[in-house]
Design a binder for this molecule. Sequence first.
Ligand code: UDP
Length: 325
Amino acid sequence: MKTILVTGGAGFVGSHACKALARAGYRPVTFDNLERGHEWAVKWGPLERGDLREEIDLQKAFETWRPWAVMHFAAYSYVGESIVDPMKYYLNNVGGTAKLLSACASFGCTNFVFSSSCATYGIPARLPLKEEDAQSPVSPYGHTKLVVERMLKEAEASHRIRHVALRYFNAAGADPDGEIGEVHEPETHLIPLVLFTAMGHLPSIKIFGDDYPTPDGTCIRDYVHVSDLADAHLGALQWLEAGNPSSSFNLGNGHGASVTEVIRASENAAGLPIKAEICPRRSGDPPILVSNSDKANELLGWKPKFPRLDQQIGHAWKWLKRQSA
Ligand code: UDP
């Protein structure tokens, strides 16, 4: 059985990837400092508590588990926070990944799947976005992800670390079996906040800008189910396992939903009206992000099982209801 070191395996996408890995016959070992991840989400393999920024923690994890590959999710991931405190993002997302890649080189672990982001593209010149489009991030968060993509190319040239960078659009939903789901502290993402409002935990949902150049004036995003993202990680691992070259893939469903459409779909899922208020734009938000994921469909055989917003919001709603029961 191959061991996969999953950094950030206690987080939202990482924990779903651990489930997919275990189901496919791999041993996922979670490496997580639990600063933003959750111990309860580590259900499909051991937890190695450690911090990417501490070489000694990485050395212990590699010595103990001798992983065949790394799946690297651990990162700070709030665009807004990255604007307020960019160095925090560079130190962890870039500095931590440099230490992780050094450990991979020292231990001869030459297969690497990286959680990149559509935030590496910035404001798109054309839509839907394709992998070869210009990457020009508009937030420190997006820059940290792009720097790591660059570091991976250099790590391949010098240490033969083959890699896949998965640029995902907006992760949404929850495990369809209800075993894990999204819990961010603090929560800043649209869908959970809309659903918190439906549950009465928030007085209203703030719509960040209704003057964008979109049909209803609110931002459009390509929401992609977290279990589909987990399947893509598995596909990327198997791509490397089959001896294929390093590559990058967009992961989205190819259709966007506006903030207003997310609120409407959430009202349908909850069966309740949801109060919204128009607020100023949030800095660092491109008006529209939609993925062309043909490359992942064709080369990784990636076929999303839950491409529709109502499916994604339905699973997220079921998860939240279960948490509060
Ligand atoms: N958004 C919003 N109100 C909120 C949170 C988010 O209007 O309370 C908008 C945000 O401006 C963006 C979209 O919802 O256009 C998705 O934001 P989210 O933070 O979920 O993901 P991001 O696109 O930043 O990765």
